[in-house]
Ligand binder design. Structure first.
Ligand SMILES: *[C@@H]1O[C@H](CO)[C@@H](O)[C@H](O)[C@H]1NC(C)=O
Ligand SMILES: *[C@@H]1O[C@H](CO)[C@@H](O)[C@H](O)[C@H]1NC(C)=O
Ligand SMILES: *[C@@H]1O[C@H](CO)[C@@H](O)[C@H](O)[C@H]1NC(C)=O
Ligand SMILES: *[C@@H]1O[C@H](CO)[C@@H](O)[C@H](O)[C@H]1NC(C)=O
Ligand SMILES: *[C@@H]1O[C@H](CO)[C@@H](O)[C@H](O)[C@H]1NC(C)=O
Ligand SMILES: *[C@@H]1O[C@H](CO)[C@@H](O)[C@H](O)[C@H]1NC(C)=O
Length: 322
């Protein structure tokens, strides 16, 4: 009797140990290698704008450098994006953007770390709103980086900017996790998991500004990047049961620790024999990839109030995972 209890106790301790995943974005274990000037940990508040201020809104894009994305993406048009505000009344400028706090590599793949002799997966995939009370004219300048651009989107007043600030702070709270992939059954139609990247933030910013009264010129070219994964419906799985396969998968993908998204895509595709997984909101899902498995696209977004010419998240066929 006693013996059974001890064995049961041992088994349950073991199970608890295996089950207890390390918390995501553990502040001790996740370390930013480079602290970005334009993403201060303690953001400078923009203050409150006078209702009558006249403010120009810009959609800003800059090339994501080779160091981050490699040639593959450069050729396709890999951009970082942000929203810029020029307050013509005060002469002050502002930038709002969203990014992976520990950079896109960590936003896309976990780290394998050893805890008490056992391998564990550590995710440092926090996403964060970055707001600075200036526009970095060097980074977003097409005279310096030929593919950078600032596209004038429209003019708002101070009341509208104050409303936008509330919205962006809410966005920051609702989107604490960066998600690189748009997970589709097929592109532009059946979406299982929407991405949460800089482009999602800028797109939703433009949509929100539309809903609070900005008028867009429908001739304005508005495009963004999509990093796509194609699969049958991802199946939620039990982490403990799939522990070995999940590790085999990430070990294979992480084999070369540093790499671009393009290299990550290539590596995932090359490990044909292994089961493939994705991590979404703290849960692992098993994937059954569909042709063309993965790709990246630079595609149109429909402007609010304009005829549809891009992916329509609102009216598209969004399939919930649970
Ligand atoms: C990614 O996360 C690991 C683990 O915390 C950390 O060592 C590394 O510095 C992070 N990379 C960046 C670019 O922040
Ligand atoms: C700001 O713009 C909105 C939307 O066009 C308008 O309803 C509001 O009256 C404007 N406020 C001021 C102070 O001009
Ligand atoms: C804001 O941007 C404008 C246009 O580039 C520039 O002329 C102005 O000096 C900037 N204001 C500040 C305070 O940097
Ligand atoms: C502005 O952008 C340049 C080029 O990317 C960068 O070197 C610099 O640190 C940035 N400055 C600020 C204040 O963010
Ligand atoms: C965004 O949220 C983080 C907490 O996740 C907080 O530290 C940061 O100050 C917020 N940024 C802004 C601009 O509100
Ligand atoms: C809209 O944009 C087009 C193309 O840039 C431009 O030719 C046209 O003048 C703009 N219309 C308005 C009302 O600003």
């Amino acid at each position: 009797m006693k013996r059974t209890i001890i064995i049961l106790l041992f088994v349950s301790l073991f199970v608890t140990f295996v089950l207890s995943q390390i918390p995501d974005n553990d502040p001790e274990l996740c370390q930013q290698r480079i602290q970005r000037e334009d993403c201060p940990q303690t953001p400078v508040p923009w203050g409150t704008f006078n209702d009558n201020d006249e403010i120009e809104v810009y959609y800003m894009q800059a090339p994501v450098f080779e160091a981050v994305f490699g040639n593959f993406f450069g050729k396709l048009g890999g951009y970082h994006s942000a929203i810029g505000f020029y307050d013509l009344t005060t002469g002050l400028n502002y930038t709002a953007e969203y990014d992976a706090f520990f950079e896109v590599g960590n936003g896309t793949l976990p780290n394998i770390i050893n805890v008490d002799g056992k391998d564990e997966l550590l995710w440092c995939n926090a996403g964060i709103l970055c707001t600075v009370p200036y526009i970095n004219e060097t980074y977003w300048d097409k005279n310096i980086y030929s593919t950078a651009s600032k596209t004038y989107m429209g003019t708002i007043n101070g009341t509208q900017l104050n409303q936008y600030i509330e919205w962006m702070q809410q966005y920051n709270i609702s989107n604490p996790v960066y998600q690189t992939w748009d997970v589709w059954n097929n592109y532009g139609q059946d979406l299982f998991v929407p991405s949460t990247t800089c482009d999602d933030f800028t797109q939703q910013s433009i949509e929100h500004l539309g809903s609070i009264g900005i008028n867009y010129n429908c001739s304005t070219v508005f495009k963004r990047d999509y990093i796509n994964l194609f699969t049958e419906k991802p199946q939620p799985i039990d982490f403990t049961e799939h522990y070995d396969d999940i590790f085999k998968f990430y070990e294979a993908v992480l084999e070369i620790k540093e790499g671009s998204i393009a290299q990550i895509i290539e590596r995932i595709l090359s490990i044909i024999g292994l089961k493939k997984y994705i991590y979404v909101q703290g849960e692992y899902y098993l994937l059954e990839l569909n042709y063309p498995f993965m790709n990246a696209k630079y595609d149109y977004i429909t402007l609010p109030g304009c005829p549809a010419n891009g992916i329509d998240y609102e009216n598209g066929n969004f399939i919930h995972l649970n």
